[in-house]
Design a protein around this ligand. Structure first.
Ligand SMILES: [Zn+2]
Length: 156
């Protein structure tokens, strides 16, 4: 499920404060168009609605990118959040997302455990590159079942 949040933005150009909806979570299975927004670096870009003002700038908002088909998550951590202890409430000391015990068991069973270990990035550009990388893995990579067998490997 994708999630929107309303924020107030004061345009640095014309000083008019306006409300804007920003994405804090995008699920590209549910909302495939959001993948393009991310890939074209248009997600959470403020565009001033004041007549005569054409100010645009990306807002620094933490956002989770979730590709259920590709089975991966990318978490962008905004600069402000990175320094905010509150941001770490749901993370373990190893940077793993904390979920209720039952949910964790369910995730293990259904192959959804990757959700707890998003690939963390610190720029939206890096998010874009990681998504492209995963698309290349999907296109050219091998199946997990094709892993070389351990036959002949030396025992520990
Ligand atoms: Zn403006």
């Amino acid at each position: 499920m994708s999630m929107l949040q309303t924020v107030e933005v004061t345009c640095p150009e014309c000083s008019v404060t306006q409300k804007m909806s920003v994405w804090t979570s995008v699920n590209v299975k549910a909302d495939p168009h959001l993948r393009d927004e991310v890939l074209e670096q248009r997600l959470n870009v403020f565009s001033c609605g004041q007549q005569g003002c054409d100010y645009r700038c990306p807002l620094d908002i933490s956002v989770l990118y979730h590709d259920m088909d590709g089975k991966f998550c990318v978490q962008y951590v905004a600069k402000e959040d990175m320094k905010n202890p509150n941001y770490y409430r749901h993370l373990s000391k190893q940077g793993v997302v904390m979920v209720p015990h039952l949910a964790a068991q369910m995730m293990e069973k259904t192959g959804g455990h990757y959700i707890r270990r998003p690939h963390h990035v610190f720029s939206m550009k890096e998010m874009l590159l990681y998504i492209l990388f995963r698309q290349f893995c999907e296109a050219y990579g091998r199946d997990a079942g094709d892993e070389p067998s351990d036959d002949g490997a030396e025992g520990g």
